[in-house]
Design a protein around this ligand. Structure first.
Ligand SMILES: [Zn+2]
Length: 233
């Protein structure tokens, strides 16, 4: 990994880590740090991350409660006020709403094979930040990711897959090329998530500006299919 990437990664991790211990049962506060919801309540970004962690713990233990922070009743159709955005893989075994134990309308989810960054992803996440008040973006890789596996195969053989899958692989490959020889698939998945986190800031002036102003936290993690646990950085 390049030096600049390492230092950027530290910045991202540092920003998100500060929030983790902030969990209290009621995450709503009166502080004006959040986009105006119809019920007038706001949620601080640090607490959002803490609640995602706790939701995943419930899910991993097999004790989900299907929590919701979204407005209820008639207010629910007035608009959407998701508490976070997720850039995740399209893999059918990975359902962000469920694995964070949330009901619909709580997460703004953007997915593609390999959770790669492209123009449509950037546009979607910029919309979430600018127009929906999202202040937390989670880049979520997962164990045994087929897109990363395919990229590993290309790295080893030099043979690109056919069709538009080539485009996905081309976006993942730079993350793998920075890893030492003999690295594991798990390390490749993690590196790919880190790369996407960095690219969100490098390729979007809107996300970068929000990040620099302290109005956006970008964190990354990996969902383990076997344990159902998310390891957020
Ligand atoms: Zn995948």
């Amino acid at each position: 990994m390049l030096k600049a990437e390492v230092s950027r990664r530290k910045a991202i991790v540092g920003a998100s880590a500060a929030a983790v211990a902030a969990f209290i049962p009621n995450i709503f506060s009166s502080a004006a740090a959040w986009g105006a919801r119809p019920d007038g309540k706001v949620i601080e970004p640090g607490r959002v991350i803490a609640f995602l962690r706790r939701g995943n713990i419930r899910w991993a233990k097999g004790k989900p409660i299907r929590w919701s922070y979204a407005p209820k009743g008639a207010k629910a159709i007035d608009g959407q006020w998701p508490i976070a955005a997720v850039l995740g893989c399209a893999d059918s075994r990975v359902q962000p709403d469920e694995l964070f134990d949330l009901t619909p309308a709580n997460l703004f989810v953007v997915r593609n094979a390999g959770n790669v960054v492209d123009d449509d992803v950037l546009g979607s996440l910029e919309y979430a930040v600018e127009h929906l008040g999202v202040q937390v973006i989670v880049v979520l890789g997962h164990s045994l990711c087929g897109a990363v596996k395919a990229s590993e195969a290309t790295l080893a053989s030099g043979v690109m897959p056919g069709g538009h899958v080539t485009g996905l692989v081309e976006r993942i490959l730079p993350a793998l090329k920075g890893l030492p020889a003999g690295h594991t698939l798990a390390e490749a998945v993690s590196a790919n998530s880190v790369q996407s986190s960095i690219q969100l800031l490098d390729q979007s002036d809107i996300l970068k500006e929000a990040f620099d102003k302290g109005e956006l936290i970008i964190t990354h993690g990996v969902y383990d299919l076997a344990t159902k646990k998310v390891s957020l950085s």
